[in-house]
Design a protein around this ligand. Structure first.
Ligand SMILES: NC(=O)c1ccc[n+]([C@@H]2O[C@H](COP(=O)([O-])OP(=O)(O)OC[C@H]3O[C@@H](n4cnc5c(N)ncnc54)[C@H](O)[C@@H]3O)[C@@H](O)[C@H]2O)c1
Length: 353
């Protein structure tokens, strides 16, 4: 039985807690949260942009802490699940690893590549696992794309474009603070940066144009350059992403992709518009003969994606194994990509990766 201590009972802490309840071989034995009301089980008022709203919880049998150091000293805890604001990820992860715990940390891994490296080094030194919660590959549309691409039946990957745009989450008071959350580049686009890294590897350079807010990228378009020029032309995949926030609240969420392979194109776009979520383009495979097919996908409730992700986390931490999509190497690369895109936008230049 893997014993988990969750650090931070906000929106994600609650989502993780509820997801663990549905899994075998794992038990949440401790919680740490500085809001003492939440440690009594009063989770009313916790809410995010999906999943159930918080209710009164029965936390009998779960040790509760207001101080992270106290939870790290708990011998009844094998792994720490970090669902704290990003600025705290690195320090807590390093402490937890040094205390002999495995770590599962929500995205973004940390705010800077240097902090990510610090975390990875601590994991290697402690011989403990460090997994990062990049849940996107567990969403049905992205899992479908991965399966189609990896099947090899559509030939080589030629490129793709990826989109993720939300309404400005003005109610999150630290959203635009580079020291605490880092704006939409690290909070939002990091999902696609990770997925692009998973599919295509690291580009040679990035070029980003767009607008800024508070000195941070607000809405932008990036081209990821994979062309070495060695073959005398465009020899690598053509990859682009659009991401960021819009100032209007009427479309709180939009994501999608168009992925090009030699013998197929995969497309989809989902948005919440005027309060209703709908496919603007349903997941569709366009084959080389011009035929279009729509896959039957599992329902898109994000809670199911988290349950699937945490199932893999529990298996890996129980066996002390890493995971191809949740490992810290890709998560670090995603932060490097975000940082380079932010730099390219600020300087108005192509930035080498
Ligand atoms: N994968 C996803 O789709 C997804 C979605 C939302 C959030 N997240 C990530 O989850 C993490 C948390 O985000 P959230 O939306 O749950 O934030 P949140 O603000 O709702 O929750 C954070 C909690 O940590 C607590 N906290 C802060 N400092 C603390 C300390 N020193 N000791 C103990 N508790 C402390 C706060 O009181 C709060 O309850 C972030 O990294 C965020 O990017 C991921």
């Amino acid at each position: 039985m893997l014993r988990i201590g969750i650090a931070g009972i906000g929106f994600m802490g609650m989502v993780h807690y509820l997801s663990y309840q549905k899994l075998r071989g794992v038990k949440v034995t401790a919680l740490c949260e500085r809001d003492e009301r939440r440690l009594t089980g009063d989770w009313r008022g916790i809410k995010g942009n999906f999943g159930p709203e918080g209710t009164q919880m029965d936390l009998a049998g779960v040790a509760t802490y207001t101080e992270l150091d106290a939870m790290l000293a708990d011998q009844n805890v094998d792994a720490i699940d970090i669902t704290l604001p990003p600025a705290l990820h690195a320090d807590i992860a390093v402490k937890a690893l040094r205390a002999g715990k495995h770590v599962f940390c929500e995205k973004p891994m940390a705010l800077t590549p240097a902090d990510c490296q610090r975390m990875a080094k601590a994991a290697a030194a402690a011989n403990k696992q460090l997994l990062i919660g990049h849940v996107l590959p567990y969403f049905p549309e992205y899992a479908w794309a991965l399966k189609e691409i990896r099947s090899g039946k559509h030939g080589k990957l030629l490129g793709g474009s990826f989109k993720r745009v939300i309404s400005d989450p003005a109610w999150l008071k630290n959203y635009w603070n580079p020291e605490i959350i880092g704006g939409p580049m690290l909070d939002l686009h990091v999902h696609d940066a990770h997925f692009i890294r998973l599919l295509f590897g690291m580009p040679l350079s990035v070029k980003t144009i767009g607008r800024t807010h508070n000195g941070l990228a607000a809405h932008w378009h990036t081209q990821f350059d994979y062309n070495s020029g060695e073959a005398g032309g465009a020899d690598g995949p053509a990859v682009a992403a659009t991401s960021g926030t819009i100032p209007q609240q009427g479309r709180p969420f939009l994501h999608g992709f168009e992925i090009h392979l030699e013998r197929a194109t995969l497309v989809f776009e989902f948005g919440i518009l005027g309060g209703e979520g709908a496919y603007l383009c349903p997941p569709t495979l366009i084959d080389h003969r011009g035929k279009t097919t729509r896959p039957k996908l599992a329902d898109g409730d994000p809670m199911h994606a988290f349950a699937a992700e945490l199932k893999d986390v529990v298996r890996c931490l129980t066996k002390n194994e890493t995971h191809p999509a949740l490992g810290s190497e890709l998560a670090l690369d995603a932060i490097v990509l975000c940082q380079k895109q932010e730099e390219s936008l600020a300087k108005g230049k192509i930035v080498k990766v």
